[in-house]
Design a binder for this molecule. Structure first.
Ligand code: AP5
Length: 208
């Protein structure tokens, strides 16, 4: 199965992609996490990426496409989270898949109002020991996770607004692109986490 999870910041792409990857037994490819790992490793590329990431700006297409290409062109399926997010990236992915002979099965577009998205990002915390992501009220850390729980540098009010602005301008056009390909499944992501997972599973005709 080759799936893209598309949606604005805070819609639950990471949360839902993780569950779907476990359900389908395929890797969860998350470009945001790849970028944060490169920054944490302190490499020359990481220093370059940090400039974009910390300001909430998009990393240039050529850098992202180079990193993703070897991960998506093999025979194994995947769930893509955070890629593509520009029409240039989507067209590159179309070309890569056509050349490799493996097609895309579906694109899940998560939808929720901007005020809800801001509240989710504002309450998000990552465990420094396990790397898992939680929410202070809707998805609190379990007692077994020792933390400490830290906020992302791009989850500040100004950067959240900028990231959502970029989503509407640069990523939203992908919805029409994938609708035209007959691959789009729009899912209401404003409900609780488990309800959204159920809706995706039902929409794709998967057995939970
Ligand atoms: P990335 O890490 O992809 O961040 P993002 O796009 O800003 O998306 P988020 O991680 O904020 O949202 P999400 O939808 O995954 O939400 P989550 O599941 O965590 O990218 C970071 C940066 O990397 C970008 O700004 C850019 O610089 C760069 N980048 C990455 N990919 C790129 C690309 N392709 N091209 C160019 N640049 C790129 O959920 C959010 C919170 O809400 C969590 O706390 C969660 O527990 C909670 N939650 C989730 N679902 C629900 C629910 N249904 N109800 C209540 N709470 C919920």
């Amino acid at each position: 199965m080759r799936l893209i999870v598309l949606g604005p910041q805070g819609s639950g792409k990471g949360t839902q992609a993780e569950s779907l990857a476990a359900l389908l037994g395929v890797p969860h490819i998350e470009t945001g996490a790849m970028i944060r790992a490169e920054i944490a490793a302190g490499t020359a590329l990481g220093k370059e990426l940090q400039v974009y990431n910390d300001r909430g700006e998009l990393v240039p297409d050529d850098i992202i496409i180079r990193a993703v290409t070897p991960l998506v062109t093999g025979p194994r399926g995947w769930i893509l989270d955070g890629f593509p997010r520009t029409l240039g990236q989507a067209r590159s992915l179309d070309t890569m898949l056509a050349a490799s002979g493996y097609g895309l099965d579906a694109v899940i577009a998560l939808a929720a109002p901007d005020e809800e998205l801001i509240a989710r990002m504002a309450g998000r915390r990552y465990s420094a020991s396990t790397g898992l992501s939680y929410h202070l009220t809707t998805n609190p850390p379990p007692p077994g996770d020792p933390g400490p729980f830290v906020q992302r540098v791009d989850d500040t009010p100004e950067r959240m607004r900028r990231r959502l602005q970029l989503y509407h301008a640069r990523t939203e056009p992908l919805i029409a692109h994938y609708a035209a390909c007959g691959l789009l499944h729009t899912v209401d992501a404003s409900g609780p986490i488990e309800a959204v997972t159920k809706a995706i599973v039902a929409d794709l005709g998967l057995a939970a």
